[in-house]
Design a binder for this molecule. Structure first.
Ligand code: ADE
Length: 224
């Protein structure tokens, strides 16, 4: 998979992809993440990429020309399955959507800023608009990082334990059960005995029951 992220503050993203699982995923060639500076596609010598909104009002708008230039340059190199715009008025991100995107080959993620992008960018280039939650961030970079992270960890081979993504919260619409590690006894707080029984089927049953209990308590909406 290849993910191209278009941003006017690319430095925000560089360190995010340089650590831990995301770093290993790139080193292992499971994914290639390339961050593009929108200013490199500015059409003027000041490298500006935004302008006042027609009709007036507060806030600048990201202009279409640099964005069109960047997307077209990428499309000249390879075909893309989706061109995603991260925006608070997009479709709410959830696990099922992430699962589907993890099956794609090449993705572009466009990060908005200021008052957003010229509507014609959305009309002409964007194939999918995604929000990571009902709150407004100062830019789409964190949203793109969240989306890319959730996708990349699902790519086969990226997680050491192949099954661990399957037991995540939200796969099956259930929250994950509690987990414990050593010590067995921390200041009188002990690990549930069943987990030490060595009885695999019983442990699985206990985990499933815990998942249901937790989901009922915390996210009953998921069980409907
Ligand atoms: N840009 C600003 N806020 C956002 C959000 N909640 N989701 C996606 N992109 C955004």
């Amino acid at each position: 998979m290849r993910i191209d992220i278009i941003s006017c503050v690319p430095n925000l993203l560089d360190s995010f992809f340089a650590h831990s699982i995301l770093k290993r995923a790139q080193e292992g060639k499971y994914v290639e993440v390339v961050v593009h500076d929108l200013r490199d596609y500015s059409v003027n010598k000041h490298r500006s990429i935004d302008d006042y909104a027609f009709g007036g009002g507060a806030g600048m708008v990201l202009q279409i020309e640099p964005i069109a230039g960047c997307i077209r340059a990428l499309q000249a190199e390879r075909a893309y399955d989706e061109i995603i715009y991260l925006t608070p008025d997009g479709e709410l991100m959830e696990q099922k959507m992430v699962n589907q995107l993890s099956l794609k080959g090449n993705l572009i993620m466009l990060c908005g800023h200021y008052k957003g992008v010229d509507q014609r960018v959305r009309d002409l280039f964007i194939t999918k608009e995604i929000s990571i939650g009902d709150y407004v961030l100062s830019g789409g970079e964190l949203a793109a990082a969240v989306l890319a992270d959730a996708i990349i960890r699902l790519l086969p081979g990226v997680l050491n334990d192949e099954t661990s993504a399957l037991t995540d919260s939200f796969q099956d619409n259930l929250l994950a059960p509690p987990v414990y590690s050593r010590p067995f006894d921390f200041e009188g707080n002990v690990v549930p005995e069943i987990l030490l029984s060595g009885h695999e089927a019983k442990v699985e049953e206990w985990r499933y029951e815990q998942s249901i209990k937790r989901t009922k308590e915390r996210r009953p909406d998921l069980l409907k």
